[in-house]
Each structure stands twice: as structure tokens, then as C-alpha cells.
Design a protein around this ligand. Structure first.
Ligand SMILES: [Zn+2]
Length: 271
């Protein structure tokens, strides 16, 4: 599933390639239902110019010239790709936008956990209510993280996945940040040693920045807006590395299941 670095990679591509373009036509395959219905029909995108591309957590927000907002989430398998109109349509294509430079922007999503919603200008985007701090913002200070940690009885791994606390982290970067900070994913959040809070903050920011610099992480599905996979997979320390030696202490990486999801960590050097 695309997490912050992958979504931010796509957002930057959209900022370069889509902002300023006019949408001249819309094809919406309504029969291929996504998980949520849109407040306004997506056909209303026709004739609008794209004014900006922002990100909140794992969501992308495209603001249009009439101040409406297209909210986008890639779910598990969503792809947003610039295409030539003559390119064959991928299976599971939900939306095709014709652009005034002759290209198309297409959204496909085989597993349909993605989301496309058009909000009229001035409307509150309720999907983003209760979102927590952005880990690459200045507001993500050791003090801010310390307050959040001290209020939570959840294990650290579950704490980091909770979008209401820190927005944008998923399974990969939660595991990797905890490894960098030498903290066990099973440790209760409020029992994080005071001395480790700053290191955890720095580890989260660093793993996201390092991945972003490589265009994110691709296992099977993720590619950016021009079809390029991310290259951070070679730099993963623990994620999907069960049984392999820890890059720091050589103990075998362990896989456990927490809240129904795989966690990878080093039981020897993460405490
Ligand atoms: Zn280790």
C-alpha cells in the first residue's frame, strides 16, 4: 500500500505535470464501484483547470479553478498514470481525464480500496477530520510526539499506524522507524523512554526522507505517475526480511502479527 513517500512522489509529479492544465473531458466508469461515493459527480471536472496538488497523510487533494477539490486515495493498488490516449486501457480503470496538452490522466485500482471524491468549493473535506500531525512538518517536534506517546496505551507499532496521531505512516515505515530508533514495536507507547522520543521523531523523519529520495518503496504494485517503481526496497532494514540478519547486530529479524498485520523487528537490538 502506498504510504507517505509514495504518495508524496506522485503529488510532486502531479504538481509538475498537471497543475495549470485544463481538464477537457471526463470518462467515469461508474459500474466499477470504488468504496465511497462522491459528493459531486466526477463529470463536473470537465472544463476545470487544476490549480494545486496538495497532500494530507496518504490523501492527495487537487484544487480546481472553481475552488472545488478532488480528493484521491490510492488504497492498496491504485495507480494514477499519465498516458497517451492511444495506449491500451488497463483493466480496472475507473477514471480517465482528457487534458488540454493531448495526454490523459488515468486512475486504475484492481482491488478498489481507493477513493475519488469531488467536493464543491468551500465544502469541508470530512475524510480528513481528526488527522494527526504531518511527520515532515515543523509541528512534528519531540515535544509534540512526546505528548501523543504519553497519552497512548497502544503498542508503539499500532500507535504509529494510527492516522489520528501521526498521518501518513503505514506498515513499512512504522517498522523501519522503530528499528532505526532501537525501540520494540511491542513496547507500550506511553512507556517510551524520555531519552528515546527525540530519536524516534528523527527516525520517522529520516526514513521518510530517505525513501522519498529514492521515489518510495515498490514491492508488487506501486509505481509513480509515469510508471516508475520506487527504489527504497534495497535500503529496508527489517521490513519483509524475516530470518535475515539485522544490519546492525546480525541477529535474525523476527516477524510477529500485531492487530492482524505483520510486524518485522530485531528482538536483539530493539527494546
Ligand atoms: Zn539488531
Amino acid at each position: 500500500m502506498p504510504e507517505l513517500p509514495e504518495v508524496e512522489t506522485i503529488r510532486r509529479g502531479l504538481e509538475r505535470e498537471l497543475v495549470g492544465r485544463c481538464i477537457t473531458g471526463v470518462t467515469w466508469h461508474r459500474e466499477r464501484k470504488l468504496r465511497a461515493s462522491s459528493p459531486r459527480p466526477l463529470q463536473e471536472l470537465a472544463g476545470r483547470q487544476v490549480a494545486s496538488a496538495r497532500r494530507r497523510g496518504k490523501f492527495i487533494l487537487l484544487s480546481l479553478s472553481d475552488e472545488s477539490v478532488l480528493l484521491l486515495h490510492l488504497g492498496m493498488t491504485g495507480k494514477l498514470l499519465f498516458c497517451d490516449p492511444r495506449d491500451a486501457l488497463r483493466p480496472h480503470t475507473h477514471l480517465v481525464l482528457d487534458l488540454d496538452d493531448g495526454r490523459q490522466l488515468r486512475f486504475s485500482d484492481p482491488r478498489r480500496f481507493g477513493l475519488l471524491k469531488l467536493y464543491p468549493g468551500g465544502a469541508a473535506v470530512h475524510d480528513l477530520d481528526h488527522f494527526g500531525v504531518e511527520p515532515m512538518d515543523e509541528a512534528f517536534t519531540p515535544e509534540a510526539l512526546g505528548i501523543l506517546l504519553s497519552a497512548s496505551r497502544a503498542p508503539l507499532k499500532a500507535f504509529l499506524l494510527d492516522q489520528r496521531r501521526v498521518a501518513g505512516l503505514g506498515n513499512i515505515y512504522a517498522c523501519e522507524a522503530l528499528w532505526r530508533a532501537r525501540l520494540s514495536p511491542r513496547r507500550q507507547a506511553r512507556r517510551t523512554p524520555r531519552a528515546s522520543v527525540g530519536l524516534l521523531r528523527d527516525s520517522i523523519e529520516a526514513v521518510l526522507a530517505d525513501s522519498l529520495a529514492q521515489g518510495g518503496t515498490s514491492f508488487n504494485d506501486y509505481v509513480d505517475h509515469i510508471g516508475q517503481p520506487g527504489k527504497f526496497i534495497a535500503d529496508l532494514a527489517v521490513f519483509q526480511r524475516k530470518g535475515l540478519p539485522c544490519p546492525r547486530c546480525s541477529a535474525p529479524i523476527r516477524r510477529i502479527v500485531q492487530s492482524g498485520r505483520s510486524t518485522f523487528y530485531c528482538p536483539a537490538c530493539q527494546r
